[in-house]
Design a protein around this ligand. Sequence first.
Ligand code: HEC
Ligand code: HEC
Ligand code: HEC
Ligand code: HEC
Ligand code: HEC
Ligand code: HEC
Ligand code: HEC
Ligand code: HEC
Ligand code: HEC
Length: 436
Amino acid sequence: MRTVPFMVILLLVTQPAQADWAGAPGERTDSCVICHSTLSGRLFAPVFQWERDVHRTAGINCHHCHGGDPSNMDSALGHTSGFTGVPVGEEVVDLCSGCHSSAGRMRSFALRIDQDALFRSSDHWPVEGQGKNTPTCTTCHGSHGILSQEDPLSPVYSLNIPELCGSCHGAGDWGTDIKEGSSPPWIFNSYRTGVHGRALLEDLNLRAPNCATCHGAHSTAAPPPELTPAICGRCHMEETRYFNTGPHRAALNVVGEPGCTGCHEAHILESPPAGMAIQAALETCPGCHPEDGKALQMGRSIVTEMEGTALSIDSLRRLREDISLRGFDTLQVDLLLQEAESWFSQILPAFHALSTDRIRELTGMTLDKVNAAEDLLQALSMELSMRRLGLLVISLLCFLTICLLAAKLRLLEKMEKDRKLSDLKDSADNQGGPSP
Ligand code: HEC
Ligand code: HEC
Ligand code: HEC
Ligand code: HEC
Ligand code: HEC
Ligand code: HEC
Ligand code: HEC
Ligand code: HEC
Ligand code: HEC
C-alpha cells in the first residue's frame, strides 16, 4: 500500500508534471516557421503540412522535434542550440517514442504509451537477414501533417490501412524488396478480393477487419494458429465458442493445429454461395485426416444430417410458395419457417464443435418446426380441396337448375303454341258451319 504514493511522487519528480511544450496551438511566429515559409520544395513542404498536424494543435513546434533555437532569426540560420537535423531510421523511432512512451507527457491525451515496446518486438523491427525496407513510425504516420487515427484522411484510418500495408505487401514498388524476405507480395490482392476486404473496402462495413485488426498496428507479426481463435473470435463468437468445446481445440493445445486458418485461408476467405456451404464442408479435412479414418467418418455423418435438414427446409419453402400463390394467408407458416431457419442458422457455427449430438439436437429442433409448418400447410391444402369440391357441387347445381329452367321454358313455349293452334282450329271450324 505504501508503495503507491511513493511511486506517484517518483513519477512527479522524474517526469515533468506539465508537458514541456506550450499546450496552445503551435506558434506560427517562430523563426523556423517564418524562414521555412519563404523556402521551397522539401524545405517548405513541412511548414505547409504541419498546419494540419495534430502536433501543432497540441502546441508542438518544429524545434520540439528538430531542436534549434526558434527565437533566433539569423545566427547560422537558427540551426543552433542542439539542432539535430533530419532524423533517420532508429533515430525517428527514438524521437517519436521520446514523447509517446512517456507516461508523463502523454498523461493528458488519453493515448497508449506502448507503441515503442510493441514495435521493437514486431516483425517490422529490422533484424539481420530480413527483407529490406521495413517501416518506421513515419512510414505509416507521415512526419508532418500527422493526423489522428479517427481522421478519414489519415493513412491509419481503418479504411486506408489495407492500402498502407499493401503499398509494401502488395505488388507495389516495395514488392521486390519484400520478396527477398519470406513474405509473399500478393497478400493485399488476396485480402481485397476476399470476404473481409470486400466488406470493408466495397461495402464500407467498418465492422470488417483491416490488416491491423488481425496483425496489430505496432506488434505486427503473422499470428501462429494458437492465437487465431482469440483473433477471429472477437467477431465470430459463436463459431469460436463451439470450436473451443470440440476436438480441434484439444488438438490445438497439444499439437498446435488446426487453428481457424487450418481450414479457412487467412486472406482469401470466401463466402460460400447459398446451399454450397454444406457440400464444401469436407473439402479441407483430407489435408490432415486419412480418407477412411474416424474423423472423416464423423464429418460425413454430420454433413449427411445437415444436408437432410437443408433439403426439408427447401421443400417446405416451395410448398409454402405454392399455397401463398393461391391467395391463402400463410402468416402462421411463415412464423414457423422463420423459427426453423433460425435453428438451422446455428448449425454451421455448431459444425465447429464436431459433435454429432449437438448437430442432432439442432437438426431436431429445426425439423420440429418444419413438421409443424408442414402440418399447417397440409390443413390449408385440405381446406383448398374442400373448397374446390364445394365449388364443383355448386356449379353442378347451377347447371342443373339452368337446364331445368330451360326445359320448363321449352314446355311452356310448346304449350302456348299448342293452345294457339287449337284456338285457330276452333275459329276455322266456326266459319265453315252451315249457312242460313
Ligand atoms: C533564416 C532561415 C532559416 C531559419 C530561421 C531556420 N531554417 Fe531550417 N533551413 C534553412 C535553409 C536555407 C535550409 C537548407 C540548407 C541547410 O540545410 O542548412 C534549412 C534546412 C533545415 C532542415 C533540413 C536539414 C537537412 O539536413 O536537410 C531542417 C530539419 C530545418 N532546417 C529545421 C529548422 C528548424 C527546426 C528551425 C528553427 C529552430 C529552422 N530550421 C530555422 C533556413 C532556415
Ligand atoms: C513531430 C515531429 C516533427 C515536427 C513537429 C516537425 N518535424 Fe520536420 N521532420 C520530422 C522527421 C521525423 C523528419 C524525417 C523525415 C521522415 O522520416 O519522414 C523530418 C524532416 C524534416 C525536413 C527534411 C525533409 C526532407 O524531405 O528532407 C525538414 C526541412 C523539416 N523536417 C522541417 C520542419 C519544419 C520547418 C517544421 C516546423 C514547421 C518541422 N519540420 C516540424 C519530424 C518533425
Ligand atoms: C506498420 C505501420 C505502423 C508503424 C510502423 C507505426 N504505426 Fe502507429 N499506428 C498504425 C496504425 C494502423 C494505427 C491505428 C490504430 C490501430 O489500428 O490499432 C496506429 C496508431 C498510432 C497511434 C494512436 C493510437 C494509439 O495507439 O494510441 C499512435 C500515437 C501511434 N500509432 C504512434 C506510433 C509510433 C510512436 C510509432 C513508432 C514507434 C508507430 N506508431 C509506428 C500503424 C503504424
Ligand atoms: C514533443 C512530443 C511529441 C513528439 C516528439 C511526437 N509526438 Fe505524436 N503526439 C504528441 C501529443 C501530445 C499528441 C496528442 C495530440 C492531441 O491529441 O491533441 C500526439 C499525437 C500523435 C498522433 C495522433 C494520435 C491519435 O490517433 O489521436 C500520432 C499518430 C502521433 N502523435 C505520431 C507521432 C509520430 C509518428 C511521431 C514521430 C515522428 C511523433 N508523434 C512525435 C506528442 C509528440
Ligand atoms: C515500408 C514497407 C512496409 C509497410 C508499410 C508494411 N510492411 Fe509489413 N513488412 C515489411 C517488410 C520488409 C517485412 C519483413 C519481410 C520479410 O522478412 O520477409 C514485413 C513483415 C511483415 C509481417 C511478417 C511477415 C512474415 O512472413 O512473418 C507481417 C504480418 C506484416 N509485415 C504485416 C504488415 C501490416 C499489417 C502492415 C500495415 C499495418 C504492414 N505490414 C506495413 C514491409 C512493410
Ligand atoms: C482476418 C484476419 C487477417 C486479416 C484481415 C489480414 N491478415 Fe494477414 N494473416 C492472418 C493470419 C492468421 C496469418 C498467418 C498465416 C496463416 O495462418 O495463413 C497472416 C499472415 C500474413 C503475412 C505473412 C505471410 C503469410 O502468408 O504467412 C503477411 C505479410 C500478412 N498476413 C499481411 C497482411 C496484410 C498486408 C493484410 C491487409 C491487406 C492482412 N494481412 C490482413 C490474418 C489476417
Ligand atoms: C473485426 C471483426 C472480424 C474479425 C477479427 C474476423 N472477421 Fe470474419 N467476418 C467479419 C465480418 C463483418 C464478415 C461479414 C462480411 C460480409 O459478408 O459482409 C466476416 C465474414 C467471414 C466469413 C464468411 C462468412 C459468411 O457468412 O459469408 C468467414 C468464413 C470469416 N469471416 C472467417 C474469419 C476468420 C477465420 C477470422 C480470423 C482469421 C476472421 N473471420 C476474423 C468480421 C470479422
Ligand atoms: C475443421 C475445419 C474448420 C476449422 C478449424 C474452422 N472452421 Fe469455420 N467453417 C468450416 C466449415 C466446413 C464451414 C462451413 C462451410 C464453409 O463456410 O465453407 C465453416 C464456416 C465458418 C463461418 C461461416 C459460418 C456461417 O454461418 O456462414 C465462419 C464465420 C467460420 N467458419 C469461422 C471460423 C473460426 C472463427 C474458426 C476458429 C475458431 C474456424 N471457423 C475454424 C470449417 C472450419
Ligand atoms: C490442419 C489440420 C486439420 C484439419 C484441416 C482438420 N483436422 Fe480434424 N484434427 C486435427 C488434429 C491434429 C486432430 C487431433 C489428432 C487426431 O485425432 O487426429 C484432429 C481431430 C479431429 C477429430 C477427433 C477425432 C477423434 O479421434 O476423436 C475429428 C472428429 C476431426 N478432427 C474432424 C475433422 C473434420 C470433419 C475436418 C474437416 C472439416 C477436419 N477434422 C479437418 C487436424 C485437422
